[in-house]
Design a protein around this ligand. Structure first.
Ligand SMILES: C[S@@+](CC[C@H](N)C(=O)[O-])C[C@H]1O[C@@H](n2cnc3c(N)ncnc32)[C@H](O)[C@@H]1O
Length: 404
């Protein structure tokens, strides 16, 4: 079936029409004329898959990844970097516009590396094959080299079959010293695992291996360094996946908190933004739900000789009493689900002067902004290309209490 692609949708898929019904086709771009198969038929829309590119769009570039047609990892490898940056700006602005938010975002911070920027990967293992799932499926695509990953992670992936795991999941992290932290989850009886990991340890600088939450080699954490900050990161703590963009994020947080004296950092992870923001302030309080992350955050304060920060482990919605107008600034860097409504209501009721909202999901960001904009105005909004070659983007939005 033929279709002409007209533009991207908000998930980076191409949009076309078949008999007046909208169709979404992943990995296509405006100007493509395609032969497609219909994968799913819904009442109001269709989902298609490229069978053949009849006339390629002028916007297409050569795809450097052999798995791209099937893999669920990237969405925009078939267009130039400048096209993908423009797409990300357009999608945020369209979203703001649709929600009647009168602000135009004009800047996206580019990542210095177009490929090989990721410091973390989670791979599935099915029947001894290691790889990613196909988009929207549980079908495994065996991979031995992913364009998004740090080169050293790719090298290690090629030796993972030595572990002889039949089924499970393996997560690999790499730090600034090119040391690895490996987490394995598997129900297999891995009796020989200690001998098997010896080969890997001889070849790579492995700091720790954790199997089903138990350390089987070295430590359950490693140290990473971004700008001049050192961070202890436990195997199950969140850490930004793109250290190059994270460095820019730190610079911007530092700039936006230069006049802040008392700061709350909700969803603080291992304390990254708290420590950066502490430089010019008197006091920072970080809140995070993962216990190991908070233990890391406390150690990170000492590692960096910072003593004006405090961290508590709790669910943000259970500590809304901590949000008082004693604090002039709140940093919010929630998971994709966004901010709890009662946290937003408390921020508004306490008239916190400045909000710095970091988000990896524009839908929940805009949902939350619509509530906040009753009392706040956007004074700065930038995008950061944290997830290069995918449709995802990091937003950094600064809001000031509206005194009018
Ligand atoms: C996007 S990460 C940001 C972490 C940190 N700001 C950073 O840049 O590394 C979101 C963090 O929120 C934490 N989190 C998720 N739900 C939470 C909740 N209800 N209360 C507190 N923290 C939560 C997660 O564990 C994760 O560490």
């Amino acid at each position: 079936m033929r279709v002409e692609i007209l533009k991207f949708d908000n998930l980076g898929r191409g949009i076309g029409y078949i008999n007046n019904k909208i169709i979404f086709v992943p990995k296509s771009v405006a100007g493509d004329i395609l032969d497609i198969t219909i994968e799913k038929e819904h009442a109001n829309y269709l989902e298609g898959k490229i069978k053949e590119i009849i006339v390629p769009s002028k916007k297409r570039i050569e795809v450097k990844c052999p798995y791209y047609a099937f893999c669920g990892g990237c969405d925009l490898l078939h267009v130039s970097l400048s096209e993908s940056l423009e797409y990300k700006l357009d999608k945020i602005n369209e979203c703001l516009n649709k929600n009647k938010i009168d602000y135009k975002v004009s800047e996206i911070v580019k990542c210095p590396k177009q490929y090989n920027y990721r410091n973390k990967v989670s791979l599935k293992i099915i029947d001894k094959k290691i790889g990613y799932y196909e988009s929207n499926s549980h079908k495994l695509i065996e991979i031995n080299n992913c364009l998004l990953l740090d080169d050293a992670i790719n090298e290690l992936i090629n030796d993972l079959n030595e572990l002889e795991i039949n089924n499970g999941k393996i997560t690999i992290r790499i730090n600034y010293k090119k040391e690895f932290l490996i987490v394995i989850e598997s129900d297999d009886k891995l009796q020989n695992i200690n001998n098997l990991i010896n080969n890997l340890i001889n070849k790579y600088s492995i700091v720790g291996i954790v199997l089903n939450n138990k350390v089987i080699f070295g430590d359950d954490y490693f140290i990473d360094k971004i700008n001049n900050y050192l961070f202890k990161i436990s195997y199950n703590s969140f850490f930004q996946v793109n250290p190059y963009i994270c460095s820019h994020l730190f610079d911007l947080i530092s700039e936006y908190t230069i006049d802040s004296k008392k700061i709350l950092d909700f969803y603080c992870g291992v304390g990254t933004l708290s420590l950066v923001a502490s430089k010019d302030s008197n006091k920072v309080l970080g809140v995070e739900i993962v216990e190991n992350a908070i233990l890391d955050a406390k150690i990170n304060a000492s590692l960096n000789n910072i003593n004006n920060v405090e961290f508590i482990c709790n669910d943000t919605k259970k500590v809304i009493d901590k949000i008082t107008n004693e604090y002039d600034t709140i940093i919010l860097d929630p998971p994709r689900s966004g901010i709890d409504k009662n946290v937003i209501d408390k921020i508004i009721s306490e008239n916190i002067k400045k909000i710095i909202y970091v988000s990896c999901n524009e839908s929940t960001l805009i949902r939350d902004l619509k509530i906040l904009l009753d009392k706040y105005k956007i004074v700065n909004f930038k995008l950061l290309d944290m997830f290069v070659n995918t449709e995802h983007v990091e937003s950094l939005c600064v809001l000031n209490l509206n005194k009018d």
